[in-house]
Design a protein around this ligand. Structure first.
Ligand SMILES: [Zn+2]
Length: 230
């Protein structure tokens, strides 16, 4: 069977200068679909980290042709190690991106957006990566109430995932999220972005049973759709 190598690389550094590892599964060709998948943006949402790591393994065993995917399973490495939402300096990385609506105001300490937009090295790395690499689609794996939060043109993909998982699709989660990735990439850069909220607190085996196959199949479908267009 044809296989591609998953290559690890240092995606960025954390506030304590810890490396944030990314993994690239690269195929060569002009038609490739470029996907970025990040997890562990909130360090206490380990359901997404588990799913991202399992997806790495699945892609290693069953590569998808014409897919270039970069996976960053523990984006907020300090939060993952501390089991906290925020990074070591207490910043919510999903409120710290340099969006037009970024604000230093916050309602709860858990949403602390930092002193200024993109103040955190994790987000500096993300912003730089997005501006330097082709990216057609972004998945950001979180856990909370089960839902697929869509930003930009990702209805088809969300419909597929919703059918397979029973998760509802929402384009608004019910409260403002200034400085979030969905706003930064989905709205402001027209890169379709799904913030995938896995049901929080479920067993890891259930996370994988419910989501691994749908996510993998969704990537396959996206590649087919992309190949037809290009
Ligand atoms: Zn989250």
């Amino acid at each position: 069977m044809k296989s591609y190598k998953l290559k690890s690389f240092v995606f960025g550094k954390s506030t304590l200068n810890l490396p944030i590892y990314g993994f690239k599964a690269e195929e060569f060709g002009e038609k490739n679909l470029n996907v970025l998948l990040i997890a562990g943006v909130h360090g206490d949402e380990s359901e997404g980290v588990v799913l991202a790591r399992a997806l790495l393994n699945k892609l290693d065993q069953e590569p998808i042709e014409n897919l270039n995917i970069t996976i960053v399973p523990e984006f907020n490495i300090e939060g993952v190690l501390l089991k906290t939402r925020q990074n070591h300096t207490g910043v919510d990385l999903n409120r710290n991106l340099p969006t037009k609506d970024w604000t230093p105001d916050y309602t709860k300490i858990r949403y602390y957006p930092g002193k200024e937009a993109a103040s955190e090295p994790e987000n500096k790395a993300l912003v730089e990566w997005i501006s330097n690499n082709p990216v057609n689609f972004i998945f950001s794996l979180h856990s909370w109430k089960p839902m697929l939060n869509v930003n930009g043109d990702c209805q088809e993909e969300a419909n597929f995932l919703s059918t397979k998982t029973g998760y509802v699709i929402k384009d608004d989660i019910g409260y403002p999220t200034p400085g979030s990735l969905g706003t930064y990439t989905g709205h402001e850069r027209k890169i379709p972005t799904i913030t995938y909220e896995i049901q929080k607190g479920i067993d890891f085996a259930e996370v994988l049973d419910t989501h691994l196959k749908p996510l993998y199949e969704c990537l396959k479908l996206m590649v087919e759709k992309h190949n037809k267009k290009s």
